[in-house]
Design a protein around this ligand. Sequence first.
Ligand code: 9D3
Length: 244
Amino acid sequence: MKIDILTLFPEMFAGPFDNSIIKRAKEKGMLEICLTNIRDFAHDKHRIVDDYPFGGGSGMVMKPEPVFEAVEYVRGRDRGNSVKVILLCPQGRVFNQETAKRLAGEEHLVLICGHYEGIDERIRELIVDEELSIGDFVLTGGEIPAMVVVDAVSRLIPGVLGDEESYVNDSFYDGILEYPQYTRPREFKGMEVPEVLLSGNHEKIRLWRRKMSLKRTKERRPDLLKWEDLSPEDRKLLEQAKED
Ligand code: 9D3
């Protein structure tokens, strides 16, 4: 997969993609990330990329021409392939694991990082295929959201994760939270590892973990749990969890 990131602050991206899984994916040639500075497409000698909003109001708006031309430029380097242009903005649909899976099937993503109070609306209408937000909180721009999207999508590209890290075990993969994990030592600050995990009884361990996952999900993310979707075994485990 090719990912182009269009931003006014390319320096912000030094680091996050040079570690562990993303770094390995790039080295293996499965992922190519390319940063483009929108300011390089400014039209004047002062390299201005923002302007006052028509109609008045506070803050500045990103001018359309530099963004438009930056997108045309990265598109021009990729004749033939289908390109999906995504704008990171507070008005977008909220990004989730389902969106990450869908985007992992694309050949070429172009992520536009919004900044200032927003971007000229004509950019949305002319070139943006999809608008994404990463949640209901206010950030300073679309750069960190773009990093979030790249990270979540990259690890789902076939071949990027090794068998050990495989995403079939992901929380959210089957829609519930993960169970508590323990490693050595068996006792830490007077706290013991649950007996069942030391028992060697794999069926008992599986049931305990499933029960803890269900209990946690019910307590912390009830929005993820629908009684109707649960198997008879899951329903029984949830009932048991109440008694613990
Ligand atoms: C005053 C109205 N605000 C819009 C809700 C102004 C505004 C706030 C923050 C305009 C731009 C921004 C910068 N944020 C993003 O570009 C952004 C974002 C975010 O702030 N939260 C979650 N996801 C995203 S994706 C892009």
